[in-house]
Design a protein around this ligand. Sequence first.
Ligand code: ATP
Length: 508
Amino acid sequence: MDQVKQVHDREVAQVRFQYSEQVAGLEASQAGLQRELQGLQEDLRLTEESLRLQRDENTQLKGTIAQQSTTYEVLEGTCQALRRQLSSTEDTLAQREARIADLEVQLAASHDLTADLEARLRDEETTRRRLHNTIQELKGNIRVFCRVRPILPSDGLATADGAPASDSMPHIRYPEPNEIEIIQTTESASSGKTTAKAIPFSFDRVFPPRTDQLAVFEEIAQLVQSALDGYPVCIFAYGQTGSGKTHTMEGPDHPTEATMGMIPRAVRQIYAGAEALKAKGWVYTMEGQFLEIYNEAIHDLLVESPASSAGGNGTSPSGGVSTRKHEIRHITASKTIVTDATSVVMDSSDQVHTLLKRASKNRAVAATNCNERSSRSHSVFTLRLTGRNSASDEVSEGVLNLIDLAGSERLSQSGSTGDRLKETQAINKSLSCLGDVIYAIANRDSHVPYRNSKLTYLLQNSLGGNSKTLMFVNMSPLANNLQETLCSLRFATKVNSCHIGTARRNLK
Ligand SMILES: Nc1ncnc2c1ncn2[C@@H]1O[C@H](COP(=O)(O)OP(=O)(O)OP(=O)(O)O)[C@@H](O)[C@H]1O
């Protein structure tokens, strides 16, 4: 029995052992399964996370797609509008091309018309120049204008209450715009009675005092035009010291628009004229020169620094004016040069003021060495005008000389001695030479004494058959200048009676 029990115990123990082994196996397998489950759960979580991200991305992509579809629709709309616009632009372009073709035809016709009009304009300019010249010739190639200066405060003729003296002087009358009468009173030695005699003079124009610079210039503007048209022109101012020659030619020291003289006005008109002629194919170059003739020697008034050029063999006590020796050379029948003289190419009309200032500065320096230099020398402002017309191949060479002559006082009246006597003799000689040259030209003498004075020799090509000449006889209104005034008026009358031949235009 015990044996059976032992057998059973052994069997139970064996079953127990087997059972515990099975349990251990099962527990190990359960732990394995547990780990596998955890791994699977982690995979599941990761997969779910990835799925969520994919869903988000999907949602975003759907949004982007929706947005892009909207953009696409907008762009499609724009594109359609642009296509319509393109098509309409193409229509417009086609219309414009047709219009351009039409305009090109019209332009070609206009070119022909313009060329035709330009040719007519050139012909008309030639005709205008010819007619202008005919008018000038009818007026006479030598003209004389008489200008009476107003009474100045410095004349000391103010009335008792201090008011300026009236310009109407009893010994001067102006019966007509071209006449002037000087009333000369003489006292009979026997009876003591005074008799008044009117001495009449007539000129091309008489300008009473207070005639302004513009009114005077208007009378000479046509001659200035002639210089632009290719003629040599000389405008002189003749008269005794203080009669208004420099005022007429240059104007006062500080000129205004109203008071500037003939030189700046002439230059301004020439610039305006040259500008207008551009439309007719003319292109002008202008060169200015300003010389002084003092005691029969030529001085350059435009020299930059007189001191630096004073190396020449000086011929006069010229102070600030260059002492270089200048010679006159006639290169052709229409061209005269003065050796070593400053020539300024003038490219603006304002430049003339600088030139006049430079000249007056040079003269002023000289005047400290030689009293009243400007009264005792001739100044010659020369403007050479060269015009070229490329369309018609014409070249025109005009010269405008504006000459402020030395004071014309007579030797007997001036009471000069020494250097002053020498100056007065030189002035008288050159002024009478000027008269002689004008008479000889008028008389058609075979010999014209140009060489007798530096002034006439310098102006040889600008005086004579080929030229136009105007003389201002400037006079003082004062009674105590009466004798000088009569002399000036008589000289001017002789000049006025001259008829200089037909002007020939310098055209190449
Ligand atoms: N028409 C005028 N209107 C106003 N002032 C004038 C006129 N003419 C001359 N004068 C004045 O008279 C004075 C003398 O004139 P100006 O110097 O021009 O004489 P001039 O004949 O050139 O003398 P000179 O021979 O000494 O050079 C100057 O003060 C000038 O301003």
